[in-house]
Design a protein around this ligand. Structure first.
Ligand code: SF4
Ligand code: SF4
Length: 82
């Protein structure tokens, strides 16, 4: 999963771009729900939130490292697609 660092400026550009509805406004900055973020695997070739973030404050979460296979499994579990 990806995460958002405290450099987030709360611009709200990323939230509507997420195909998994994993992004929401948190208490101070925007947050990514790691159980819903597939790093866009299954939907797009690149993480859409990273593409649009104007301050580049989104990156891989050190707390939730995942292999490509694990991300695909999460995609299948979330969508029911195989
Ligand atoms: Fe959503 Fe993709 Fe960003 Fe994960 S990488 S939060 S799935 S837009
Ligand atoms: Fe924060 Fe970047 Fe999302 Fe804007 S696009 S809300 S700066 S994470």
């Amino acid at each position: 999963a990806l995460w958002i660092t405290d450099e987030c400026i709360n611009c709200d550009v990323c939230e509507p771009e997420c195909p998994n509805e994993a992004i929401s406004q948190g208490a101070e900055i925007y947050e990514i729900n790691p159980s819903k973020c597939t790093e866009c695997v299954g939907h797009y070739d690149t993480p859409q939130c990273m593409e649009v973030c104007p301050v580049d404050c989104i990156g891989k979460s050190p707390e939730h490292p995942e292999t490509n296979d694990q991300l695909w499994a999460k995609y299948e579990q979330l969508t029911g697609n195989k």
